[in-house]
Design a protein around this ligand. Sequence first.
Ligand code: PLP
Length: 453
Amino acid sequence: MPDRVKYLIDEQELPDSWYNIAADLPEPLPPVLNPATGEPIGPDDLAAIFPRNLIEQEVSTEREIEIPEPVREVYRQWRPTPLYRARRLERALDTPARIYYKYEGGSPTGSHKPNTSVAQAFFNKQAGIHKLTTETGAGQWGSSLAYAGALFDLEILVYMVKVSLRQKPYRGGLIQTFGANVIPSPSQTTESGRAILAEDPDCNGSLGIAISEAVEAAVKGDKTRYALGSVLNHVMLHQTVIGLEAMKQMELAGDDPDILIGCTGGGSNFAGLIFPFLGQQLRGGRTRRIIAVEPAACPTLTRGRYAYDYGDTSHLTPLLKMHTLGSRFMPPGFHTGGLRYHGMAPLVSHAVSLGLAEPVAKAQLACFEAGVLTARTEGITPAPEATHAIRAAIDEALRCKQEGRSETILFNFCGHGHFDMQAYMDYFAGNLKDHACSEEEIAMALAGLPGAG
Ligand SMILES: *Cc1c(COP(=O)(O)O)cnc(C)c1O
């Protein structure tokens, strides 16, 4: 087999179905609870927020869920995505490890997000919905939903975290280019936003606040629903197209990963790459090391609690069992916007709590260093979120060098950083700092958990 850099599979090998890990879990996922009654919620409780067809996916335990042809047709524009062997990075590290990455940055908005935004737009349209509201942090999700709305003729309203819109005005511009409206959050357009602004007129915003605004706008709107870019089961499901392709491509490469790595904000790109491999393991296949990488400044999996919590700041959502720093946790205004959520996907939290994945936290400066090395060797400038996965992959490759082991590492290269050049420039200028949360900060945020204190 020749030494190839890129492993491609053709359009016919695009998966027909997404993979639902709920079918293979050794213990079922803890139920979602109604905060008023403490009882598990039923599908009807979600009907004001999501369409029926997506609620069915949310609670499904079918192993395979068919990808509708109109969604596959859109996917084919950039899928299957390439799997690369990072030979130049390996050489720069002088490591015996083999490093591969699945590159999701070639999508229309430069990340993995359209894998689910396109699916969600399709299912909402099919259910007769006219308008979708959502929130966005760094802007990748907002622009991805805006793009999908343009394809399926849906009106899209995006609440973008105020500090992120200030730092990344071009993401706001991209959202508008796709025909969607973008509002800086907190805003005067919702009760939740007005309440926050009354307390703190200069509030920078957070994902939790923006979610509150978007949910409120969906519940109050006509033929309007809400769309979430991560955390929920149906989002994890749609992202599994990444791992399903990667399994075929690793076979093509004649190799098999010993270590799988993804960065975790809400958990979706991690789940997308990892769940198909993990499912194989749960059905009796080989065990691999699975590493979930989060920022040290928002250490949900490594320092949060596995407990029931709200998904948003204003407590409009049901209670999810997940790793959380508390819904009032205000992450510092540092740059990796997509990884700043206080909670984590219940499916990812469940996997971590069962010992199926190891969480690690990486500091911002070490991540940028890894991002710069990747740009200078592989030629792709990673999104700041992706640099967390890369940092962990590099650290594993350096460990292999020290131990003289040639392990195979596969990480999810979830997006490019072309809209994040200000962050890179701040890094080069020496203006970025590492922020490790103090024990007090974390204890204070956790004290706000429902039922705590
Ligand atoms: C949104 C985003 C993330 C964080 O979300 P996950 O659901 O954890 O994947 C990470 N990387 C990129 C490039 C993103 O756009």
